[in-house]
Design a protein around this ligand. Structure first.
Ligand code: GLN
Length: 544
């Protein structure tokens, strides 16, 4: 029998609902339970695939090729297990299946209504996740903030599930307690209001996680308890932390797991957070640094730098650096700068390693290509992820193979002179018909590694599986000339003979992957390619 824990947010967004959900999951898992997670996003998009990462953050890809919200990445990293399409839904997806069922006479001719049919579909989906993951606990994160119209039907689903199974459902409200500088005191009123708004939907929170800059003291816990109808020990203090992996440890100090289990009349089967706690301790004590530059375009919004678009890349850098006892110092480098002033790219020499991550379209492209050139020529460790691999191939074709007009068919669709990166055959018809949603080459594919290469050495095995999200590929017509000039095709998909990894032999570390290794990196199991990249980076600028 699965238990369902809903996590909703109050007061405002961006206070860490995804990480809080993942942390509760981590704790329950460490106590011996099987945990599943479901992210609910209230928008109409059927999935995250068509969204601009500047607006919504990274598009996380699962093994089965679901293009999901970045929180699925948090769940995977905290729980150390993969998730799939059953763990993610949006308003669009829910309506889509209800409408399809209605068209197929699945409702046997009756009138299909928003209530109860939409919440009912939401419940079926949550239960499907429980079955698929054989879960003891399903954590359901409801996107948005309580009081919005957008997530009403999901809260209604939660209420309906509770009414039907009162002993199987638990509600967590993640709230925020501001400390206005000119008041100098932590204020509970917005939380009280959020609780009341939640009450209006027929839901009473069982636990309130009180996010704030500082710890919540006993008097305020009592106050929240009285005004919000939650016993004081179910008000959890969640102060800001230096890094997110501390959160399960902090929650454990507040006995979050024990309290949730007690509510269900259950007991822990074991306690196993040792490795996680050891990692947190280690990270806190790290002194030596490694300087990594990320050359991209999705981080400047007005006056703010938002790096959510590359969340998994950042995490993968951290995991590998920590494993090698280094504190990563990540710098955001706007590729557009190198277009205006190619000389500016010489600044890359000040870094221990450079990453050019995934991307789409023409903006900033020549700047990224320039970055790849500077890294190649100056023996700077380089890791190109998907787009970063494609641009490295273009640069090599132009400057080493003499194909001056080499480019990707993505940039000049009908007149690329030397399309060293070309549209995949099956993508052609899809693009003509404007079928953009969920049509890229998505999810896990096999890749065979060539003996004696950096990639083979890094993975330590002959065959790997990695996650993809792209429409373009290295054009096999140019393979011979690229290889003749020294580019090594170190990973190839055996089914379709597609190049998945390139590298340069006479360079300390120059690797490009058509896939996204970052999606599989875990705090306690860093990704092998990131490990060898950081390892090359730590050998340092001195060695160059
Ligand atoms: N735009 C490129 C493609 O579609 C790369 C995609 C990516 O970096 N994820 O192939």
């Amino acid at each position: 029998m699965a238990r369902y824990i809903f996590v909703a947010g109050g007061v405002m967004s961006g206070i860490g609902k995804g990480v809080a959900t993942a942390s509760i999951g981590k704790i329950l898992q460490s106590k011996g339970f099987r945990v599943s997670c479901v992210k609910i996003d209230p928008y109409i998009n059927v999935d995250a695939g068509t969204m601009n990462p500047l607006e919504h953050g990274e598009i996380f890809v699962t093994d089965d090729g679901t293009e999901a919200d970045q929180d699925l990445g948090n769940y995977e990293r905290f729980l150390g297990r993969p998730f799939s399409k059953v763990n993610y839904m949006t308003t669009g997806k829910v309506y889509d299946s209800v409408i399809q069922r209605e068209r197929n006479l699945g409702y046997k001719g009756r009138c299909v209504e928003v209530v109860p049919d939409i919440p009912q579909e939401v419940i079926s989906r949550i239960q499907r996740a429980a079955r698929t993951d054989k879960a003891d606990f399903v954590l359901i994160e409801i996107g948005g903030t309580v009081g919005e119209y957008q997530n009403m039907l999901f809260l209604e689903a939660a209420r309906m599930l509770k009414t039907k199974n009162p002993d199987q459902v638990f509600f967590v409200l993640l709230s925020y307690l501001p400390i206005p500088p000119n008041v100098g005191e932590m204020k509970t009123k917005p939380t009280q209001t959020a609780v009341r708004t939640l009450n209006a939907t027929g839901i009473q929170a069982d636990m309130i996680i009180a996010r704030a800059e500082q710890s919540v003291d006993a008097p305020r816990k009592r106050k929240i308890s009285v005004f919000c109808n939650v016993s004081p020990e179910y008000v959890i203090s969640a102060p800001d932390v230096k890094f997110i992996y501390e959160i399960p440890v902090n929650f454990e100090k507040e006995r979050v797991g024990e309290k949730i289990l007690k509510n269900f009349g259950m007991k822990a089967k074991k306690q196993d957070m040792r490795a996680w706690k050891a990692l947190v301790r280690k990270v806190r004590s790290l002194k030596k640094t490694v300087k990594i530059g990320i050359v991209g375009k999705y981080f400047e919004i007005g006056d703010f730098t938002l790096t959510d678009a590359y969340l998994s890349v950042i995490e993968a850098i951290k995991h590998a650096s920590w494993a090698l006892a280094r504190k990563p110092e990540i710098t955001w480098l706007s590729s557009e700068k190198y277009i205006k002033n190619p000389n500016a790219a010489q600044e890359l020499k000040n870094f221990d390693g450079i990453i050019v991550p995934g991307g789409f379209g023409t903006r900033g492209v020549e700047g990224k290509t320039k970055a790849s050139e500077v890294c190649r020529k100056n023996s700077i460790p380089y890791l190109g992820l998907c787009f970063g691999m494609q641009l490295a191939v273009i640069e090599f074709a132009r400057n080493v193979c003499g194909l001056k007009r080499a480019s990707s068919a993505e940039f000049y669709p009908s007149h690329t002179i030397d399309p060293v990166i070309d549209l995949m055959e099956e993508q052609k018809a899809l693009l003509e018909e404007k079928k953009y949603g969920a049509t890229m080459r998505l999810g896990e594919y096999r890749c065979k590694l060539k003996k004696g290469t950096l990639a083979r050495l890094a993975y330590g095995k002959e065959e790997i599986r990695e996650r993809h999200r792209h429409r373009y590929e290295l054009n096999n017509k140019y393979r011979e000339i690229l290889e003749k000039k020294g580019m090594v095709m170190s990973g190839v998909n055996p089914e379709r003979n597609l190049v998945e990894i390139i590298e340069l032999a006479n360079h300390p570390f120059f690797v490009g992957t058509q896939f996204h290794p970052e999606f599989k990196s875990r705090p306690l199991a860093p990704h092998p390619l990131f490990l060898s990249f950081i390892e090359a980076a730590t050998r340092g600028r001195k060695a160059r």
